[in-house]
Unconditional design. Sequence first.
Lengths: 226, 497
Amino acid sequence: MNTRPLDQFLFIALPYVCLFTFLLMTIYRYRHQSFSYSSLSSQFLENKQHFWAVVPFHYGILAVTAGHVIAILIPRSILAWNSHPLRLYVLEISALACGLLTLIGLISIIIRRGAMTRIRKVTSVSDWILFAMLLIQTASGVFIALFHPWGSSWFATNMSPYLWSIFKLNPDISFITAMPYMVKLHIVLAFLTVGFFPFTRLVHLLVIPNPYLWRKTQVVRWYGRR
Amino acid sequence: MQIRSQISMVFHLDKCIGCHTCSVACKNVWTDRKGAEYMWWNNVETKPGTGFPTKWEDQEKYKGGFERNDDGSLSIKSTSRKKIIPNIFHNPHMPSMDDYYEPWTYDYQNLFTAKEGSDQPTAEPISMIDGEKIDVQSGPNWDDDLGGSEIYAANDPNLEGLTEQQRLQLSSVERLVFFYLPRICNHCLNPCCVASCPSGALYKRGEDGIVLIDQQKCRAWRSCVAACPYKKTYFNWFTGKSEKCILCFPRLETGQAPACFHSCVGRIRYLGVLLYDADRLEEVAKLPDDQLVEGQRSLIMNPHDPAVIAQAKKDGLPDGVIEAAQNSPVYKFVMEWKIALPPHIEYRTLPMLFYVPPMSPVQASKPADTIHHNSNNLFHDIDDSRVPMKFLANLFGGGQEGVVRYALAKQKAVRWHRRAETVGDIDRETADRMLREANCTREEADAIYKLTALCTYEERFVIPPMNREQAIEMMKEPHEHRAETGFGFVGGQTKGI
């Protein structure tokens, strides 16, 4: 395999460093600092712009992330869906729309956090680093959607096998070495975000309140069993 | 029937002088921290007034508490299992800091560091959040004593249903009136905050019914703040966790009254155990508005009844708790004398803090200049008192005037009875008629008088055995517990990797 050392570092070493950091640090933080697992909402300090920033961002990024995950899980079905041009257009345009929604939401969040002194006080350094990473990531994603089109198809043919090779501990970067630089940036930043995840407020993702859907309405705790 | 024990409270409003000692005691012990500066787990409001946060009783605005649907089922006004997903990013009913106030301090340093000039340096107010200078627009007790105010008193949500004349009377000079309403968490039987928490971080302690927030599990989804109709869960903007009154459980566990109770100058506060039937909770919470006060009373069990005692023992309540329930001052006020009433029971959370409604001065607009006590209707000045009955009923009776009138009439009869006993300028016959009409006996009147006016610390606070050791014994085989405890592990003993 004729690959450059830089590619080997960025697409083999870095992903594993980031994935293991994610795995170990989220568990460590949950066990030793579970108090710090919080969404750290700032809605209490400012209640109006909050809606226009947080809501588009969350719906946008949830849809975009779900799209990526689905493409990793079922690449063949995506390719089959895309075999009709019209369906391909529908998928690409809705993905782009979700990306733009995320971008608009994220920019609103950054403006809100930067412009209001109250909110700036509850914004940490790690928040600002995270915002910068997410901003570049989202912007590069939108750029790719616009200028390297039919990503839903080439993600299925190239990215999915690459990612699966990473997960299977048998990395094969031949799928992606020829990718444009913007796509490479998107991949590297994605892994960096995963690695940075346990040091940020993003951990609230891991504690989404699913028990609410089936637990009893009232919660009673006893010292001992009963 | 399933009997549980609940630490319950009575605030005797007729004795409250509005000194805020309780608020200060609580603030010093619990909320003198970054992120909690604006919180008042205990606060004292002037009624009529808008309270804290501003107009908290206006559920059109805040959407707190439960509502009863057409089919008789209950749902949380601000959230539900379906609404939790859209609400989690932005809670549409979450109050913001502007509904409370922005905490501030003063720039004292400026007094030392100001450059020499022609004026005295001043310590300007600065925000405790961002440190910037602020123009203070509102603060704790901003409407203190402002009965009659057109900004505050006139906007009290409890004025609903009052006639124009009654409202005018409440704000006219020399006739205006106000009383105080100290408020802490009600430690409800059907807490809306607990029911709304997506993380399950809020819970009711099984042994004593204290409602707490598990700080380790709270994820700042903010549902409890919106859901509590009394607005007694607060969001700590610094730690990103919700907090609330913990009824000073560390004090209770060592046999001391909570800080606000202990410090109360007017000795208006009573604390004791009530036994209640947990199986009927849901049924009662669903009753129509006009049956809620009676419904809640029907939940509370007589701790002297042998059948109740037997069931309580079967349900694991130790003898000490049952004994405490038998001596509970709260049981006397709420169940025996029926002069203490729950606040806003129409929110359907079944609050376990009860208020003895206050007597108020009679109207000054009587036809004659003096009040004629010897008219045929001895209770005439209860209905003619300056605080309209409807106002008190909105606050304490779920809109029902009957229960409030009963409580006030009995209090008045006690005064006549004691006056006949001690001063003697009222004849015994009139006093007895008064007692009869208020459904009160001489013995009962003396007991009310004694627990109201001459009560000792031990009579006001009957704290059940609830220190940790006893609480564990309640639920666990002591020998088994002995073998596991005493090593100081917080998270439980686990074997290392």
